[in-house]
Design a protein around this ligand. Structure first.
Ligand SMILES: [Fe+2]
Length: 462
């Protein structure tokens, strides 16, 4: 009898491990963090000194960079001087910015400049200078290697950052991670809209806060709900007004008609950015664009296919539960057919990673609406755990769904180290640990070149 009980217990434990998701019992804290004060982010010294410097990829293939900055008083100088490191003075070149500003209720922005540096050499560090006389500021960035199938490259991943003391821990951790070369940011930047009248000064302080990273490496931007800034009660009717003035992206290079959805190739990755808060139904511009985008991806050129979107399609937290469902219904079959490696999302302020599952068989009459294991499906990562003012999302649905591999209500960031066309090493770093500690990690196998099953290692705290 005892042996039968033991056998049944063994079977039970195997069944548990087969469905095997982990809900980490560790919760960072349940109360919301507060914003760092405006005084924590003074403008740089000097008359009309350039501030809020950030860069992003400026073309489809990584030979161009958009440099953006703000000058508070004067429209000029609106030029950037740049040169490759180690070269003499005559290699200096200059690019002129497109300059804009906007008004939002009772706020008027400084002069916002966007300069595009073209025909850069691959794999080269450039120095660039903004401002003049006593207010000159100097920064640098590295261009990526030429696009190719086995080019190693490391991306950071972050979302829902905000500007609290927790946000500061997240960003400080990230900056200390010397491997990451480009950030994949999945939306919700400043959280200005959480303040009275969408206090746009918070957009300025956020620009200063993140400059220590954004001035030195490209951040690939996806827009979240906190970028919408739609506020008819104060006569602000234009969605995404502050965001689109401040953050330019190279959307025309991928034949998009909106900065809210676009693609870039970088090293061995093809990155598709989508907008959860723009129309995506059939016949809409975003739908039509994405439909014609997938056939352009050549996995012999860019083996790694990554999608960025703000609202997650698979997420088992009570917070924002199923908000991404309609977009999943529209696009999941394309993502599976095209063997997307990773879908990265934010919005939910905790961390979650799924197994490779899909739910694309349902046709309104057959009742087949359960996610199933699918080697062609992406891993879905929800990483809206940057540490913003709204606090963590610590209530998960129970029991943990079979698709959920690991989930934890902590703040943090992740990195993706692409090694070659078949292997990439993914790690998630919770703020509470020292930076080198990976609280969740796995070797990710490319869906096109090596579609084997992955095995993760997660470490949770009690
Ligand atoms: Fe969000």
């Amino acid at each position: 009898m005892a042996s039968i009980v033991c056998f049944l217990l063994l079977l039970l434990s195997i069944a548990r491990s087969c469905h095997g998701g982990i809900t980490s019992p560790y919760v960072r804290k349940t109360e919301a963090s507060i914003d760092m004060p405006v005084e924590a982010f003074p403008p740089p010294e000097g008359d009309n000194a350039p501030e809020q410097v950030h860069i992003t990829q400026g073309d489809l293939i990584g030979r161009s960079v958009i440099i953006s900055w703000v000058t508070p008083k004067d429209r000029f100088p609106n030029t950037v001087t740049y040169w490759p490191t180690g070269k003499k003075h005559h290699h200096k070149r200059q690019a002129r910015a497109v300059t804009t500003f906007y008004r939002y209720y009772n706020y008027t922005s400084g002069y916002i400049h966007h300069a595009t540096l073209n025909k850069l050499k691959y794999n080269t560090r450039y120095i660039y200078e903004l401002g003049r006389h006593g207010s000159t500021r100097r920064f640098s960035f590295a261009t990526p290697p030429q696009v190719g199938p086995d080019v190693p490259y490391t991306f950071g991943i972050m979302g829902d950052l905000g500007q609290t003391y927790d946000s500061n821990v997240t960003l400080t951790h990230y900056v200390s991670n010397k491997k990451a070369q480009t950030m994949l940011f999945v939306g919700d930047l400043s959280y200005a809209d959480d303040h009275p009248l969408h206090d746009n000064v918070k957009w300025d302080t956020w620009g200063r806060f993140v400059e220590k990273s954004t001035a030195y490496q490209p951040w690939i931007w996806a827009a979240g709900n906190h970028e919408i800034d739609y506020a008819p009660e104060i006569d602000e009717h234009t969605p995404f007004k502050p965001y689109m003035h401040r953050y330019h992206v190279p959307y025309r290079a991928s034949h998009s008609t909106s900065p809210l959805w676009y693609s870039v190739k970088r090293a061995s990755a093809y990155i598709i950015v989508l907008s959860s808060y723009s129309a995506y139904g059939k016949y809409t511009p975003q739908y039509d664009w994405l439909k014609q985008e997938f056939p352009k991806v050549n996995r012999s050129e860019t083996p790694w296919l990554i999608v960025l979107v703000h609202s997650p399609w698979y997420n088992s937290n009570n917070y924002h539960y199923m908000e991404g469902e309609t977009m999943r219904v529209m696009f999941e079959s394309w993502v599976v057919e095209n063997k997307v490696d990773l879908v990265l999302a934010g919005h939910v302020h905790s961390y979650e990673r799924t197994y490779r599952i899909s739910n694309v068989r349902y046709n309104i009459t057959n009742g087949m609406s359960t996610p199933i294991k699918d080697p062609s499906a992406p891993i879905y990562i929800t990483i809206g755990d940057g540490g913003n003012i709204e606090g963590p999302a610590y209530r998960f649905t129970e029991p943990q769904p079979s698709y959920s591999a690991f989930r934890e209500a902590s703040f943090g960031h992740a990195s993706l180290e692409i090694k070659n066309r078949t292997h990439a090493y993914y790690t998630w770093h919770r703020n509470h640990d020292n930076e080198p500690v990976a609280a969740d990690s796995l070797w990710i196998y490319n869906r096109y070149w090596y579609p084997e099953e992955e095995h993760s290692s997660a470490s949770y705290m009690v």
